[in-house]
Design a binder for this molecule. Sequence first.
Ligand SMILES: NC(=O)c1ccc[n+]([C@@H]2O[C@H](COP(=O)([O-])OP(=O)(O)OC[C@H]3O[C@@H](n4cnc5c(N)ncnc54)[C@H](O)[C@@H]3O)[C@@H](O)[C@H]2O)c1
Length: 361
Amino acid sequence: MLKWSPFFSTDQLLMSFDIHFEANHEMVSKNNKDFELMSYLITGAAGFIGFHLAKSLLDAGHSVIGIDNLNDYYSVELKMARLAVLRGYEHFEFGQVDIADEKQLDDFLDNKSFTKIVHLAAQAGVRYSLENPRAYIQSNLVGHLNMLEVARNKSGLQHMLYASSSSVYGGRTDLPFKETDRADTPISLYAATKKSDELISHTYAHLYAIPLTGLRFFTVYGPWGRPDMAYFSFTKKILAGEQIEVFNHGDMLRDFTYIDDIIAGMIAILDKGPVKQPNAPHKVYNIGNNNPESLEDFLTTLENELGRKAIRKNLPMQPGDVPATYADISSIKSDYGFEPKTELTEGLGSFAAWYRQYHKH
Ligand SMILES: NC(=O)c1ccc[n+]([C@@H]2O[C@H](COP(=O)([O-])OP(=O)(O)OC[C@H]3O[C@@H](n4cnc5c(N)ncnc54)[C@H](O)[C@@H]3O)[C@@H](O)[C@H]2O)c1
């Protein structure tokens, strides 16, 4: 059996799909368990969640093609450092590609072999959408459509997972948020693009029978995390003895979800595949911790883990921010056995240890 490699020559890559398909389904035995080696396309591979997912899949022996445009919304150095880890794996291939650029995307993917897509590239962040709305339309709408077109035209594609967000629930106050709740009153442009992605995905699944799964992530945190998120900037400022800005006077609830729990959930979905749906092969899941914490308690835990007190400046609520997020996870639990395990002290402890090591603090 031909073993797939990202280092095939163009001629080899032009061989029939059947051979690739056979190669991509090679069975291997690890720890006395048989499993299939697959090849994945991950967008946003230099990002926080994409990096962790790619690393887990590579650790399991799979092949990963990563795409990222390495934009400077936050530290490019951090994105490069994540990539440096991934480049250490033989079966990782990377392309600096903008998913909003149809030609660049198609040229890069031409003749690449993969059977599952995890589409995570996006312009993230709620507050930045007030400053730079066009970045959201480009990456999250044009880019999302381009990825659906990639999925539509890829013969043998088995499944595409894509990132949505808890922000689609807008300012709802009836907790916890369920996937069946109405989510048509977004209060930020970011949320509006994510909800639009779900709608467009549904149409593509319906029209072209593409198996699609959307994941509404709830405040993911952990090592190698995003510097634009509050827990990261709080850590930086607390360690530097600088004042931190606490919005809504700390009176906010967030369903903080540790990265390892998120990755375990995503891998369970990728392994099992899409769950059969009555109409279009599309389903959207909440993926959160199901245990919201107040920002106040979160800060205290972070202070304990860092061994330092924060200097606080209390401020009113920011436009676009929501007072609470809390995920009902019964659907992903019953379909995929998703069960978040990590307590805040453990998760923030791991983050703080990574932060100190990475920043040599
Ligand atoms: N981390 C969270 O708490 C959270 C919560 C809700 C939703 N999400 C969603 O999950 C996904 C991954 O989030 P993350 O936390 O890893 O964010 P991230 O910003 O760390 O990763 C996204 C990556 O996509 C890349 N990217 C952005 N626009 C691109 C484009 N046009 N072409 C190619 N690459 C592009 C960025 O350079 C970045 O490396 C995003 O879609 C995000 O909206 C994340």
